[in-house]
Design a protein around this ligand. Structure first.
Ligand SMILES: Nc1ncnc2c1ncn2[C@@H]1O[C@H](COP(=O)(O)OP(=O)(O)OP(=O)(O)O)[C@@H](O)[C@H]1O
Ligand SMILES: [Mg+2]
Length: 247
């Protein structure tokens, strides 16, 4: 059902090991109504170091796919390997630890803790990992400065613009230095200028930190600035190779 192309790619990705290997994934939501089959037999692979965009119509299962790749949700069948480790082979607690150490998530609806300041939001992953408060806050301030919010650390999350909130969400996702970043429409609610600048920030951080990054977006211009574009449809997911415009 699914076209699965690894194909040739940009120089950076040739012969690189896979950061993501998802095979034959199926996901069915069973709730109050009739079961919803989001996809079945879906396969997807991304080489290490690649910045990949995923596009596709609303409801096709892009967020669902990211949740499966990040181990936040489990497929009904199929396998996910991240950075060479099989998520299926892990117990839930081990999977949670693996995720905290290796995967950063920028959620479609950014999920900042509204009662907390920007600094506290970014310090949070460090606190969960057992870092002492003072050091966690120092690291958070450093990262907030990197995303252009040095002077917003003490603002409550609610007192930030949409673009600023997305920068905080990105900083929070990067706090623990993940090797894989999954970003679900990180510019979805922003005007064109803010979307462009948040996306450029993501690209810079992707490069600086040598991560593998998957970005879901509805914006073809932004997708065109990635190394690879995957298009998701009811039939599955197909890769097309693009050269990035990075200079
Ligand atoms: N918890 C859930 N229970 C039942 N159905 C769900 C659940 N979450 C998602 N779905 C359904 O699964 C399908 C895929 O949803 P998903 O959020 O992955 O789509 P998407 O491609 O990310 O869409 P969008 O571009 O609008 O964000 C949709 O039809 C949605 O209604
Ligand atoms: Mg979505």
């Amino acid at each position: 059902m699914t076209r699965f192309e690894t194909g040739t790619s940009n120089a950076q990705a040739v012969n690189a090991p896979l950061a993501i290997r998802a095979e034959d994934l199926s996901k069915v939501y069973t709730g109050e109504g009739a079961p919803v089959t989001v996809f079945s037999g879906l396969s997807f692979a991304v080489e290490e170091g690649v910045l990949a965009a995923v596009m596709g119509p609303s409801g096709v299962g892009k967020s669902t796919l990211l949740h499966l790749l990040g181990g936040i949700d489990r497929p009904d069948s199929g396998r996910v390997e991240i950075l060479g480790a099989s998520l299926e082979g892990m117990r839930p607690r081990e999977r949670a630890r693996f995720r905290n150490e290796n995967v950063g998530f920028v959620f479609q609806f950014h999920h900042l803790l509204p009662e907390f300041t920007a600094e506290e939001n970014v310090a949070f992953p460090h606190r969960i990992a057992g870092v002492a408060e003072r050091e966690a806050r120092r690291l958070a301030r450093e990262l907030l400065a990197r995303v252009g919010l040095a002077d917003r650390g003490h603002h409550g999350a609610r007192a930030l613009s949409g673009g600023e909130q997305q920068r905080v969400a990105i900083a929070r996702a990067l706090a623990r230095g993940p090797r894989l970043l999954l970003a679900d429409e990180p510019t979805g609610n922003l005007d064109a200028a803010a979307a462009h600048s948040v996306f450029e920030l993501l690209r810079e951080l992707h490069r600086e930190r040598r991560m593998t990054t998957v970005v879901v977006t509805h914006n073809p211009d932004l997708a065109g600035r990635c190394d690879r574009l995957f298009t998701m449809s009811r039939e599955g997911i197909a890769a097309s190779v693009r050269l990035s415009e990075r200079g």
